[in-house]
Design a protein around this ligand. Sequence first.
Ligand SMILES: Cc1cc2nc3c(=O)[nH]c(=O)nc-3n(C[C@H](O)[C@H](O)[C@H](O)COP(=O)(O)OP(=O)(O)OC[C@H]3O[C@@H](n4cnc5c(N)ncnc54)[C@H](O)[C@@H]3O)c2cc1C
Length: 489
Amino acid sequence: MTDTVLISGAGPVGLVMALELARYGVPVRLVDRMAARAKTSRAVAVWPRTLELLERAGGGLSAELVSLGNPVTVANIFAGASEIARIELKEVVTPYPFVLMLPQSETERVLVRHLAERDVAAELGVELTGFEPDEAGVTATLRHADGREETGRYGALIACDGAHSPIRHRLGLSFEGNTLGNDWAQGDFHIEGVPFPPSEFATWWHEEGPAVLFPLGGTRYRLILGLGPSSGAVPPPPSFETFQAILDRRGPSGIRLVDTVWTTSFRINERQVNAYRAGRVFLAGDAAHVHSPAGGQGMNTGMQDAMNLAWKLALVLRGLSTSPLLLDSYDPERRAVGAEVIATAGRMTRLATLKNPLARHLRNTVMQFVLGLPMVQHALEGELTETATHYADSPLNGVSWQSGPRAGERMAPVEGEAPYGAGDMPRFALRVGAGVEAPPAGVAGPLVEAAPRPNPVEGGIELVRPDGYLALSVADGEWGPVAAYLAGL
Ligand SMILES: Cc1cc2nc3c(=O)[nH]c(=O)nc-3n(C[C@H](O)[C@H](O)[C@H](O)COP(=O)(O)OP(=O)(O)OC[C@H]3O[C@@H](n4cnc5c(N)ncnc54)[C@H](O)[C@@H]3O)c2cc1C
């Protein structure tokens, strides 16, 4: 019997972690100290790579999310009346060529339901109060809402316990970074008079700070406002009238807030933990990284942490991998991605909050030119959609053949094929060119899908990880490196 994995925190990252492990046959316990789920929208952007990876869970998960959300394909940036950029998501090859606007509460609700179909329920009102890691696992203590305590043994502990992660503190890990010097407010409102369709969102750069408007579907919008330099405690969110007045100053005339769904104010932290793993304890999501909401990557990056770790942990806990390589690769792969996300979101935020008039003028001129370049638009598209996310320096990478994608790169889902890593076991997929002879015995086994998939475009042999990244590629007939790679896991 495989050891149970304990997941502390049933936010979006904990839910995805539980779903991935459960479908790969690993028993999980998912606990959260909250008494009830938050109903507020919080993170509203689900990017294509997240949808591609969630679809692997089956049950039409991503299609269901898409059916509930509002797909957005254009990002507009204005400064006053002049358009700085119009960035269209049109180049990226994905079944989901848009950013899906969906309140986090809805995303969580769908994940909870899909977990229930696998007989897993988050235990709310249950707090992790202590743990002792050792070589083989973790002994953890849980306190129930009625004060009852229990101590149990787990194969691993996953910290999906948010930005203030008690597990991170208990492990003594650092969470280096900065608190940025501006205050922000955001709110969801019903709005009338928005001068662009619901498939577009807009940012207005302004000397006081930016205003950003995301369409959540129907008349509901998310409005984010930079409030200027911080002093003292984070201020309460502005009144309805002040939100309207600020938007009037920064955006075009005629946009009318009708009523408020919810509002909040915040300060931006940019921080990353110095290690995503301590033995059999792993950190994922906000517990490992926090950053500016510019770009809306936080929840997505956290979910992708979970999807990176789950298949590796499942192979190890199910006894199908004995090499330390798999679990060792989690930290370098996801720490590099997290650092990149923090840096990009920080750059976008600093650019939008420039105070100096000369710097703002220069920014507007340069960005109008630079963001109009197809090459830049393409790069930005890849970064935002997280379809350009890759593991170029991963210790898991094998050789790369001379042509085609390099080891560590994303392999886009292929229409008509099951997603890589779908099903009840994390299996690598083989893609083989036309006329390649059947794989030898060393390439068969539980780690690999039974039947190779065709590789008509690139030719050669490609081995694709269960999370849809290229493990290695070799020329036709060169089965040796493939067999050696699998034997090394
Ligand atoms: C008000 C607000 C607005 C936001 N707006 C945006 C936005 O516009 N865009 C964006 O990208 N992101 C936004 N975020 C951030 C986004 O919500 C997070 O990135 C996302 O929720 C991270 O998910 P997570 O699962 O890592 O952590 P969380 O969602 O924080 O979940 C962590 C969970 O761990 C639980 N927990 C903690 N300690 C313990 C313990 N000892 N035992 C058991 N359970 C424990 C907590 O109760 C919590 O439910 C917002 C967040 C908030 C709070």
